[in-house]
Write a protein that binds this ligand. Sequence first.
Ligand code: PMP
Length: 408
Amino acid sequence: MTFDIKKIRADFPILSREVNKKPLIYLDNGATTQKPQVVIDKIVDIYTNYNSNIHRGVHYLSSYTSEAYENSRKTVQSFINAKYSHEVIFTSGTTGSINTLADSLCQDYIKPDDEVIISELEHHANIVSWQVQFGGKGVKLKVLPINDAGELLIEKLPELISEKTKLISITQVSNTLGTVNPVKEIIKIAHQYNIPVLIDGAQAVQHTKVDVQDLDCDFYVFSGHKIYAPTGIGVLYGKEKWLDKLPPCQGGGDMILSGSVSFEKTLYQRLPFKFEAGTTNYVGAIAMATALEYVQGIGIENIENYEKQLLEYANKKLSSISELIIYGNAKNKACVISFLIDTVHHYDTGMILDKLGIAVRTGTHCTEPLMKRLRIDGTVRASMAFYNTFEEIDVLCSGIERVKTMFF
Ligand code: PMP
């Protein structure tokens, strides 16, 4: 397939708007991605024509939405190549997925003095979710360090593993530095010690082919809104052998075994419903399937290829700007560039770029421990998607030069 960037951009209505009287240049895709018209249309279509709560009614609308919801589960299954569709749990997003899993694992499997290994690159979602466990006492976290390029020192992993290690929970791609971690290798090492692995795929699924069976990860989580789907929907994938034995952590409608509820005791539903208490974001799930189908239509390999060229171009151009410091120079990177212009505060750079219509993120990117490791209090982050263009990178570079003229 030829990558027709003009046609692709036309699929995303927001990309043709102006901000501050300049064409919008949206480089904040790590925070959230824009939505193609098909996804917007799908949401409107459901609310206009089919809306009804799922799994509860015998009437036409409820049957329709229930079927569409379960078909969406199958779409996710095929997108990440899960063995069974019941290994796909719908959640509110990556944060929701990690918290759900942490709550469930810490009921019985992880005990208060056990350990979970994370990395220095983790998003707060994969740090704090463990710290809120056990009434706030938290799970003991052991941290895999990085080198100055922002790559994991994977050779240190065996040293961190002890008989108390109950889980390794690592991001596949760093949202701040763009580092692509060798998760397959980590999973292989972990399994030699019989330790399960959770992969935070929030910044990975939209950039590269994810095959959970090939990775052999025990759990995989991601957010819909970072892969062109609506907010408030996400995925917790878990191997059947794990999800089957883990207890639910939220009780309510739809997760109970029909006929079993009494004031004394209740039995739970089979997978995946055991983990989906109450009314789920079924509209979000159905629209997420539309987004995944849209991505499949373009081809994740084509996306990866194009983004690789875009990253190379951006890296080359930004590296040639004097006074610009790039944070994160891993050999294997996704389409993210974090930088500072000498001593100019990231917030000032972001504000000036915004006046030029350029949306970048500034701050710690929910990775405060990583900021401490880098000895900075934030960066400017340009995170690209397959609808960004080489010309937009040129405009970003001119914007950076403009910032420099205002400060130096
Ligand atoms: N993990 C990573 C690596 C992320 O980039 C993010 C979002 N920035 C999250 C977790 C949390 O995702 P969400 O806010 O969609 O729950």
